[in-house]
Design a protein around this ligand. Structure first.
Ligand code: 2RA
Length: 337
């Protein structure tokens, strides 16, 4: 069977990656319907050697759509996802709008594919920094039961879209050319040659929204509210690829060797862990990578059952577009559509 697939936010960085991912993975698309803001209606996107005209993202333009993949910001999702679902589409939404809604499954196919079975029309794609972490946590949690996670993230500027990557490029360029940085204002401060411990807005209690996303989304995806998560999310001057220092405490003993074996055989993971050969994951190697890379796996000697690891994944691919397409693939595999 083939399906009519809408991509909402088709002209954006993640929307464009979604279309490339649908093509690259040969998703059975009968009609591709690129949807975006009115100003972009009439423009064209290429898919499978054809040009497809962009239409305005509005209710009636979801008629006849089987799957609607959104990456158009929270407001558009709040307004249009229910309209798409009313017209019979299954929505996979990359914004944060529906992630903690009890009626909406929050899914990483390598972790909780069965949650797709209870969807009510809208499925939420988790935050990029959460996705890569739970892919790595899943095999270790199943074997040794994770009690607590402490994570520090080193997030690429592309997490803030094209404006984010442009900021880094322009600021670095102006510094190297003139010795002064002309900031573009996308981030709170200059990001070139700097790190900013502030992603999204500050919440009650001092965490940012990005940090709370990692805390709350992790428990929902893992299906275990007993997992304690502490997160610090930092923007760093890297274009693509989020890196995370992940420390876990488990109920049962878990040696680095055992962890390495579990990770190496788990879905969606590539273990890159050969310190003697300077073998460890880096965002520079994540550009063409669909897998979540894990390295620096070592015992945390400061507690009884502690383990440290370093997790790197491409935030535009697995962190957004790829995971959303894999959710759509899982719907087909499980005959849920
Ligand atoms: C960021 N995770 O990195 C957020 C949204 N993509 O900016």
């Amino acid at each position: 069977a083939q399906y009519n697939v809408a991509v909402v936010g088709a002209m954006g960085m993640v929307g464009g990656e979604m279309i490339r991912t649908l093509e690259r993975r040969n998703f059975p698309v009968a009609e591709l319907r690129p949807l975006d803001i009115a100003a972009n209606a009439g423009k064209e996107v290429s898919f499978r050697g054809k040009n497809w005209k962009v239409q305005e993202a509005k209710g009636e333009n979801f008629e006849g759509i089987d799957i609607a993949i959104f990456s158009a910001g929270g407001d558009a999702s709040l307004e249009l996802a229910p309209k798409a679902a009313e017209r019979g589409a299954v929505v996979v939404d990359n914004s944060s709008a529906w992630r903690m809604d009890p009626k909406c499954p929050l899914v990483v196919p390598e972790v909780n594919p069965a949650d797709l079975k209870w969807h009510n029309g809208i499925i939420a794609n988790p935050n990029c920094s959460t996705i890569q972490m739970v892919v790595a946590l899943k095999p270790l949690h199943d074997y040794a039961k994770i009690k607590r996670v402490v994570v520090s993230t080193y997030q690429a500027v592309s997490g803030a879209g094209k404006a984010g990557t442009d900021s880094l490029t322009n600021e670095a360029k102006s510094y190297l050319e003139t010795g002064k940085v002309q900031t573009t204002g996308k981030f709170q401060y200059q990001i070139a040659f700097n790190c900013i411990p502030h992603i999204d807005v500050f919440q009650e209690g001092g965490n940012t929204k990005e940090e709370n996303k990692m805390i709350f989304e992790t428990c929902k995806i893992m299906g275990d509210d007993s997992i304690k998560v502490s997160a610090t999310c930092v923007r760093v001057p890297v274009w693509y690829g989020h890196s995370e220092s992940v420390n876990i405490e488990t109920e049962r003993p878990l040696s680095p060797e055992k962890a390495r074996g579990l990770l190496a055989t788990a879905p969606g993971i590539k273990v890159v862990d050969e310190p003697a050969k300077n073998g460890y994951p880096m965002p520079l190697f994540s550009n063409d990578e669909d897998l979540t890379m894990v390295g620096r796996i070592r015992k945390d000697e400061s507690i009884a059952n502690g383990l440290n690891m370093w997790v790197v994944s491409n935030n535009v691919r697995k962190g957004a577009a790829l995971n959303a397409v894999q959710v759509a693939e899982s719907l087909l595999e499980q005959n849920i559509l």
